[in-house]
Design a protein around this ligand. Structure first.
Ligand code: 9MR
Length: 836
């Protein structure tokens, strides 16, 4: 804080805008947050053309020249409470180089921007203090203090300090409504899964708990376990475990310490619909296509960015000035989040995770599941949805003959940030391609290689196009290994900058190797530090940390890597780490850094992906239990006692930051669709609303379900993708199937195989069909003990025989393997259900 003592006298010469004495108002409470800039620049904001910084205790900014209107450059603070009839004293200190006349306003933050105070301070180089009084004509929860500084031909510098607005009522202190102190997964629990809850209490010794059914009868009871103060919430906690109760039913509640939890179910089909909803999310994120009411009632909107005014994109999008001399048709894809930007790095991990969800359990994903325009085309809807994005990623590749051919442009988005709400087809901003980056190019290489193998059975042309693009991207990335996205390129869209792309290289090489089996990629994978290093960060993987994607695929997707057993073992090491974090956490969170990251919910989920993969690799119950318990946090067992998935649980996020699901701002618009994940607690609270309301928050409390809180409450394509992956794992009916398969193969070139199916269940299997995929190009030639057929990579063995409980049947085959590795299939389905 500094003062402009030299000009103290000026204070008495300022114009008082109302006859009321400043002294009366001066006694009122302070309404401005951080008017001294002792706590940095937050929650002050500036228009996109100014950068706010604290300099010697003052807020200073270089004001650009060449603007026309005063409001072309603004520095302000929002959400100031005014009380009608109350008189306010408003003051600040300011200096400029050179001298200027500014505009100081207290106003309505939206059209018609009614001004309650409007002054034109003469700003000087030596600095002055300014003060005014005014009487508020209306009561308002969200008035705006604004300094309008535009309209100058020449650039100049503005410094501000000691902004104060005194008067009115005590500013509201935000207290989240956290409901009953017994915290449960409000959706419910799986009958055979863990069932834990967290109690917030001052008690330090064990408490009694009771489980009641919907009829209020007590069906189980026990004692809590005191867990002490939880660092992520600052709360004293106990946990309680009712896992031995397994009876299915609706409307259970838990009571402890005189508090009764919100109701929940115990049901085997608890997660059957969540993966579908999580995947349906992508259709309404689509750019370049009309969203049909018949497919998503209440969500219809015209196609966004198809070159129809007022849109300026995306059919022929130029580069930013000086970046390239061509335009690209980059229509389509998904909007990244609540903005209209489309970013290759983030699109990459999102589409990867959709394809990985499919690749993990192909039989679970079918045509007509997602109610999308492609439903009914005979292909799994999840692949159709993934293709919508993959086609966009392909379109971002620099064409032959141009500089950086084969590289991918990092992103395409608006020239300037737009306000909310704004439906995609109404966005009037110029759209621009930003420079190519190595990270984007490797995201393209990885996902295109993955798409090549997954689309092969459905569309050979698309598969081939992807493989070609992947190879080109790989060569281009190797030739340009350090073209990094500019961290300052964040106007009108996110920067998505990342200066370490060694992990993207590893991921791309892994996907290319799995798909092609080629030596170049194998050698690259084996030599990469990410192949053997401890990549299992406490904070989880995400768009900027992608080595884990390569490692997980090398462990789970059949391939002939020489050290594959070690790779698989390494996933278990990661899982053990997350298991230990979860065990120590009174909310059962497998994520617990001292500060929570932007989009923490997706990191929570990605740690669960590692745990789930460990279960897929070993079948060990502890890993499955950890995934199930981990999901409890997202659905209500947390400090805020709320679900972060729209439409799931009695109290759930519904106001995520989005320009088209802006119901909170315009009742005519919808809330986000059921199954939309909110980013979740973010300790850094970068947006002004969170900065105003959540200052000093403990990690779990750094969240607010308000559309303005873009740093804690956005929705994105890369956050819903792990939700789809994990919920598909939870919905997996494989544990309901009772078979175990042993597969062995001998020889190369022409080889023979033997398959034994054991009925591990209690009922006789009367007639059977066993299905698997040959992913190394193997072809069945002959079979015995069953009738074998093959379509593409999918092999089916059929028999009309019986398999009694506890008994096995064995059959064999001869097959050819013309080139490369001969990976053993690892996933088998008996009569449609996945075997263990
Ligand atoms: O998810 C991104 C997060 O990891 C970064 O820390 C943050 C700041 O760069 O940006 C987040 O991504 C946002 C992107 O920049 C623009 N679209 C919305 C994304 C989610 O908030």
């Amino acid at each position: 804080m500094t003062r402009y003592r030299a000009a103290l006298l000026a204070l008495f010469t300022m114009v008082a805008l109302s006859p009321t004495t400043a002294a009366t108002a001066d006694e009122g409470p302070e309404q401005i947050v951080n008017g001294t800039f002792d706590a940095g620049t937050a929650p002050w904001w500036g228009t996109g053309n100014v950068t706010l910084a604290v300099n010697e205790g003052r807020l200073c900014a270089d004001i650009p020249g060449g603007t026309v209107n005063p409001w072309d450059v603004i520095i302000g603070q929002n959400d100031i409470q005014l009380v009608a009839g109350d008189t306010y004293a408003y003051g600040f200190g300011a200096s400029t180089t050179p001298a200027k006349v500014g505009r100081a306003l207290v106003q309505l933050p939206v059209d018609p921007y009614t001004q309650y105070l409007s002054a034109a301070p003469e700003l000087s180089v030596s600095g002055n203090d300014y003060s005014y009084t005014f009487t508020a004509p209306v009561s308002l929860p969200n008035a705006q203090v604004a300094f309008q500084l535009g309209g100058s031909a020449e650039p100049w510098r503005f410094c501000l300090d000691d902004v104060s607005l005194k008067g009115g009522a005590e500013p509201e202190v935000y207290e989240p409504d956290t409901g009953p102190r017994v915290r449960v997964n409000m959706v419910g629990y799986l009958p055979t899964g863990p069932k834990k809850a967290t109690v917030v209490t001052t008690a330090t010794t064990a408490l009694d708990w009771e489980l009641k059914n919907a009829g209020k009868q007590t069906v189980a009871r026990g004692k809590t376990t005191p867990r002490g103060v939880d660092a992520s919430s600052g709360q004293n906690t106990h946990t309680l475990d009712f896992g031995s109760y397994r009876k299915q039913g609706k409307g259970y509640t838990l009571t402890a310490d005189g508090e009764t939890s919100r109701p929940f179910d115990i049901a085997a089909d608890l997660y059957d619909v969540l993966p579908i909803d999580a995947l349906k999310f992508y259709y309404t994120q689509r750019s370049g296509i009309e969203i049909l009411d018949s497919l998503r009632p209440g969500y219809a909107r015209p196609a966004g960015h198809v070159g129809v005014a007022p849109n300026q994109g995306d059919v022929s999008v130029p580069c930013q000035p000086g970046v390239c001399d061509y335009s690209l048709n980059v229509k389509g894809g998904w909007y990244d989040a609540g903005d209209h930007g489309k970013y290759v790095v983030n699109g990459g991990i999102s589409v990867y995770q959709l394809m990985a969800t499919y690749e993990r359990d192909k039989a679970a994903f079918k045509d007509r599941q997602l109610n999308i325009p492609e439903s009914g085309n005979g292909k799994p809807d999840i692949l159709d949805e993934a293709r919508w994005e993959q086609e966009f990623l392909l379109s971002m590749q620099v064409p032959e003959g141009k500089p950086f051919a084969g590289m991918a442009h990092h992103k395409i988005h608006d020239q300037n940030w737009t306000g909310l709400p704004l439906l995609p087809h109404l966005d009037p901003q110029l759209r621009e391609l930003h420079p190519t980056s190595t990270a984007a190019t490797l995201n393209l290489a990885a996902t295109a290689a993955q798409a090549a193998r997954l689309f092969a059975p459905y569309d050979a042309e698309f598969a081939a196009r992807n493989l070609k693009a992947a190879r080109k991207a790989w060569v281009a990335a190797k030739a340009n290994p350090a073209r990094y996205a500019d961290p300052n390129d964040g106007i009108g869209g996110g920067a998505y900058n990342d200066n370490d792309v060694s992990d993207e290289f590893y991921w791309a090489a892994a996907e290319l190797f799995i798909t092609t089996g080629e030596k170049e990629f194998k050698d690259f994978v084996l030599a990469s530090p990410h192949h053997t290093g401890d990549i299992w960060r406490d904070r989880g993987f995400d768009w900027g940390n992608t080595a884990q994607l390569g490692r997980l695929d090398l462990a789970t997707v059949p391939n002939a890597l020489p050290d594959r057993a070690r790779v698989r073992q390494s996933v278990l090491e990661g899982a053990e780490k997350y298991l230990a974090i979860q065990k120590a956490h009174p909310y059962g969170l497998a994520y617990n850094p001292p500060d929570f990251d932007w989009g923490s919910n997706n990191l929570v989920l990605n740690n669960l992906v590692v745990l789930a993969t460990a279960y897929d690799l070993t079948g060990q119950e502890k890993y499955q239990a950890a995934v199930r318990e981990g999901m409890d946090y997202l659905l209500g067992r947390n400090a805020l006692n709320q679900s972060y998935v729209t439409g799931y649980g009695e109290v759930a996020s519904k106001n995520q930051h989005s320009r088209w699901y802006s119901h909170q701002l315009d009742p005519a618009l919808p809330n986000p669709p059921k199954g939309s994940l909110a980013g979740g607690p973010n300790s850094s609270i970068q947006d002004p609303l969170a900065q105003r309301l959540l200052q000093g928050c403990k990690p779990q409390f750094c969240y607010i379900d308000d559309i303005e809180s873009w740093s804690t409450n956005e929705l994105t394509i890369n956050w819903n993708s792990p939700l789809a992956w994990v919920s598909a794992f939870l919905a997996d009916k494989s544990e309901r199937s009772d078979c175990q398969v042993r597969y062995s193969a001998h020889g190369s070139g022409t080889f023979t195989g033997q398959v034994a199916i054991e009925n591990t269940g209690k009922a006789t299997v009367d007639g059977w069909s066993l299905r698997w995929s040959f992913l190394g190009g193997q072809r069945i030639r002959d079979g015995w003990g069953a009738t074998l057929s093959q379509s593409g990579s999918v092999v089916t063995a059929k028999s009309s025989g019986k398999i009694k409980p506890g008994r096995s049947v064995t059959f064999g085959f001869a097959a050819t393997n013309t080139s490369g590795p001969n990976p053993a299939p690892e996933v088998f389905h008996l009569n449609g259900d996945r075997c263990k």
